[in-house]
Design a protein around this ligand. Structure first.
Ligand SMILES: Nc1ncnc2c1ncn2[C@@H]1O[C@H](COP(=O)(O)OP(=O)(O)OP(=O)(O)O)[C@@H](O)[C@H]1O
Ligand SMILES: [Mg+2]
Length: 258
């Protein structure tokens, strides 16, 4: 479904001492992994390990210095352009990821327009928007509200509806539930699992929170300082080999590492 091959990302150092030559800091050091169709892959790592940078590379927002990303047979940074709507993203910061002057109707309609263009089918927007709202657990009277009239959890549900609306192959979540309270987190995770089962989506779930990975994911990739430390099935998480994964598990949960 998605292949990330030897991806290297580097940024210019902000306070470079050199005048004529830029100094670079490497953030991702040859990251390689693949995502299978229909699975949920968790990307777990501490703050600053490069998770969001990797997410940006995966969704086509940041061209890597080296390496390649292939989505459904199309190279993301090659000559052929990725068809809009094949991959959706849900970010942590739901307040800035929506246009504050748009109503819920307009936010979701934008995505449906992308789907209409891609599939060349006529869409009954009003019905579709109502169905999506119901699916994400919001009643019909939310349709005319503006983002500031919603709670964090409600707005994130709108963002999820928007991500689903394009009927993508893959949805990438970057800390999408991290800033919600524990109860809302579980509700949203249940919602995501339900939606995944209906549409057979493939998920990439970026987080620094181990419990949500074990709740949501089939496999987990440990990212440590811009390198893949290990990829394991979630059921086998207690048998991780790499030192980083073992340390992380020890520190977060009292998982007995054999
Ligand atoms: N555009 C940029 N220019 C320079 N440095 C950057 C840029 N984007 C990210 N970085 C640096 O790359 C490193 C990794 O950042 P990234 O946002 O990928 O981490 P993260 O794993 O998502 O962390 P968090 O869990 O806190 O979200 C950080 O040291 C950050 O300062
Ligand atoms: Mg991040």
């Amino acid at each position: 479904m998605l292949t990330v091959d030897n991806v290297v990302v580097r940024f210019p150092k902000p306070h470079s001492q050199l005048i004529f030559k830029k100094e670079y800091q490497t953030i991702l050091h040859g990251v390689t992994f693949s995502v299978r169709k229909g699975e949920c892959l968790g990307i777990l790592g501490e703050s600053g390990s490069g998770k969001s940078t990797l997410g940006k590379v995966i969704c086509g927002l940041l061209e890597p210095y080296e390496g390649s990303v292939t989505l459904g047979g199309t190279a993301l940074y090659g000559k052929s352009k990725l068809v809009p709507g094949v991959l959706s993203v849900v970010f942590q910061d739901y307040t800035t990821s929506v246009n504050s002057r748009f109503t819920v109707r307009e936010i979701i309609k934008e995505s449906l327009l992308v789907l209409q263009r891609r599939t060349r089918t006529q869409i009954d927007f009003e019905t579709e928007i109502m169905e999506l709202l119901e699916l994400v657990g919001l009643s019909a009277d939310f349709i005319d509200r503006y983002p500031h009239q919603l709670s964090g959890g409600q707005l994130q549900r709108v963002c999820i509806a928007r991500a689903i609306a394009v009927k993508p192959e893959i949805i990438l979540f970057d800390e999408a539930i991290s800033s919600l309270d524990a109860h809302t987190q579980v509700q949203i995770m249940d919602l995501l699992l339900k939606v995944k089962a209906i549409y057979n989506f493939t998920y990439i779930f970026i987080t620094h929170d181990l419990p949500s990975v074990t709740y949501m994911c089939d496999r987990v990739l440990f990212l440590y300082k811009g390198r893949v430390a290990e990829v394991v099935d979630v059921e086998a998480i207690g048998t991780v080999q790499s030192e980083y994964a073992r340390k992380l598990l020890h520190s977060i949960l009292d998982i007995k590492v054999e």
